[in-house]
Write a protein that binds this ligand. Structure first.
Ligand code: SF4
Length: 345
């Protein structure tokens, strides 16, 4: 089964195209103080190496904006200036290397929009109109989701009236049902690419589960052209989780598929240890492979039949399967090394 994606206009974010059937891009934000150039440069380079495809940077003042302009010159991935309250900062960043300007309809001074459009057109810069539940200002609509979506659509109307169409929209809430409803409205009422995410989803397992539970049904409905996971955690984690969600929904392929059984009273090998080791050691294998580590013969051979390579546990031993065929039996302690030799071959 394949998810059918919503049709949108194409928008260019620097050297990356989104919307109109292009791959869903993984986005994150830098979290260091953008006024510290060394830290900003280091974080930008680190995150692009970790798999960020679009990177947003908070621009609280002109010293951050100047640093933003400098890192734009060295970044290989498109950088987005995240602007609140100040029209001047948006204009500066649009003139100085931004691939996209993110404005918040709840706090961006409207009198600057016309000027911003002019500069963005001249420099081929996209604009993301992104509303958040925490900074909603316009109150047009019955439900909170409607108010959130309408605040975005009002700004879009102004931009399109100015003949500007390089627009990305986003309506994020920390409540996943509101978030879902707001995205459905945006998808119905405009054809711009949509940036999705659950805002302020917290940290640790709770934040990851909330993000996955919130984003997956939106993606399943074909909505979403860029994704950001908002965790009170490192940005690398946000990238890892965004990738995992997209891969599990078969919308992107980043690494090999991995399955392992939950273990039960039938397990007679240390499956948790072996599964962890195999998981770590196979991360960089061909992304098209499927690897399975199973505890016993109940579901083991069945899963092995659909996997490229599988380990199936017995009593203190594992059976290795390749492309569904039994290869050999190995002692539990040599299982990982023997298995990897076969996978890598
Ligand atoms: Fe239990 Fe076997 Fe299923 Fe693993 S595969 S959970 S060991 S029955």
């Amino acid at each position: 089964m394949k998810i059918e994606r919503r049709k949108t206009r194409a928008v260019e974010i620097g050297n990356l195209k989104i919307g109109n059937g292009n791959l869903i891009a993984v986005q994150t934000m830098t979290k260091c103080d953008s006024r510290d150039f060394t830290k900003l440069k280091t974080e930008v380079l680190k995150l692009q190496k970790c798999g960020a495809e679009i990177l947003r940077i908070a621009i609280p003042d002109f010293s951050a904006a100047e640093n933003f302009a400098k890192v734009c010159k060295i970044s290989k991935i498109p950088l987005v200036a995240d602007i609140h309250f100040s029209g001047d900062l948006a204009l500066f960043c649009a003139e100085n290397g931004a691939a996209k300007i993110r404005i918040n309809p709840g706090n961006f001074p409207r009198e600057f929009l016309k000027k911003l459009v002019k500069i963005c057109k001249k420099n081929s810069v996209a604009i993301r109109v992104g509303a958040n539940s925490g900074s909603l200002k316009f109150q047009n609509g019955k439900t909170f989701a409607e108010k959130l979506a309408n605040s975005v659509l009002q700004n879009c109307e102004f931009l399109t009236h100015e003949n500007f169409d390089q627009i990305v929209v986003a309506a994020k809430s920390s409540d996943i049902l509101t978030n879902f409803a707001a995205n459905e409205i945006l998808a119905k009422k405009c054809d711009f690419p949509i940036h999705i995410g659950i805002t302020e989803s917290g940290f640790g397992e709770n934040g990851i589960v909330k993000s996955a539970a919130g984003i997956s049904p939106i993606l399943k409905n074909g909505i979403g052209d860029t994704v950001r996971i908002s965790l009170s955690d490192d940005s690398e984690k946000e990238i890892e989780i965004a990738r995992a969600i997209l891969q599990n929904l078969k919308l992107r392929k980043f690494s090999r598929e991995f399955i392992s059984c939950p273990t039960c009273g039938r397990t007679e090998i240390n499956l948790k240890k072996v599964a962890r080791e195999v998981f770590a050691a196979t991360k960089n294998l061909n992304p098209n492979l499927k690897i399975a580590v199973m505890g016993c013969v109940v579901n083991g051979p069945g899963e092995a039949a659909t996997a490229d390579f599988a380990l199936v546990g017995g009593k203190k031993f594992f059976a290795i399967y390749a492309r569904g065929k039994f290869v050999k039996k190995v002692d539990e302690k040599n299982a990982v090394a023997e298995f990897l030799k076969i996978c890598e071959k």
